[in-house]
Design a protein around this ligand. Structure first.
Ligand code: DC
Length: 231
């Protein structure tokens, strides 16, 4: 059976990664985190000391960058390994500095063009759960199932803060909430492919839902669209 393309978009901390990984595992699909691609370009730009407002330089950088997203061996939760020009940057791209830089890099149309083309190549065969900001609106406007996942800014900040705490990063909750608002604003207001809900997306508010409940709901919706387990 040919698998569906499932697009999951939403703001920072809405639970997209957890949801996308779980749905991919339940359906036997490939999970693809497009945010990791913007983060990888941002990390490379930072290392080279490139100004994050230089569209031309960032676009050139993106087109000479190779990003591989791989399923990690033995990772039952579907965690993905990120290779930047062959180097494993899986952990390095998860700092809040790289997150802030990624939201600036993602404003550059030339960078988006390069990464969107790669995302289309990666997902065109179907059987994929792709998460990001513009998957249902730009990357795969014909995706058979589009989810727009949201939650209140406070809950989203708390989730992000917990993730950092678990990794041993001491950051405070008020600062995390401030960063969530800042990134939301940049993601929603940028001229190129802003975060918008595709008209035909199913909106799911995860504020008061357990992640497993949300995943089961999405799997149910996928089955309604004819997307059973990939074979
Ligand atoms: O989902 P994330 O936090 O890893 O994404 C990092 C940044 O990349 C975020 O500020 C938004 C941007 N992004 C985007 O513009 N389009 C995507 N498809 C995915 C991420």
């Amino acid at each position: 059976m040919k698998g569906l393309i499932i697009a999951i978009d939403g703001p920072v901390g809405s639970g997209k990664s957890t949801l996308a990984r779980r749905v991919a595992a339940l359906l036997g699909y490939t999970y693809l985190d497009t945010g990791a691609m913007y983060r990888s370009v941002a990390l490379k730009a930072q290392r080279r000391g490139l100004p994050l407002d230089s569209g031309d330089k960032l676009s050139a950088l993106a087109s000479e960058t190779r990003i591989d997203l791989r399923q990690m061996d033995g990772a039952a939760d579907g965690t993905q390994q990120v290779l930047l020009d062959g180097e494993d940057v899986t952990a390095m791209i998860r700092t809040s500095e790289v997150a802030q830089a990624a939201s600036k890099v993602a404003m550059v149309p030339g960078v988006r063009k390069v990464l969107v083309a790669e995302q289309r190549r990666a997902g065109e065969k179907g059987g994929v759960v792709m998460e990001g900001r513009d998957i249902g609106s730009v990357v795969f406007p014909d995706a058979q199932l589009k989810i727009f996942l949201t939650a209140s800014p406070e809950i989203r900040a708390e989730r992000r803060w917990r993730e950092h705490q678990q990794k041993g990063d001491a950051i405070d909750l008020a600062r995390t909430l401030g960063e969530v608002h800042e990134r939301d604003q940049r993601d929603r207001e940028r001229a190129s492919s802003p975060l918008v809900r595709a008209e035909d997306a199913v909106v799911v508010d995860s504020t008061a839902m357990e992640s497993e409940e949300v995943a089961r709901l999405v799997v149910l919706l996928a089955k309604e669209q004819g997307g059973g387990r990939a074979t």
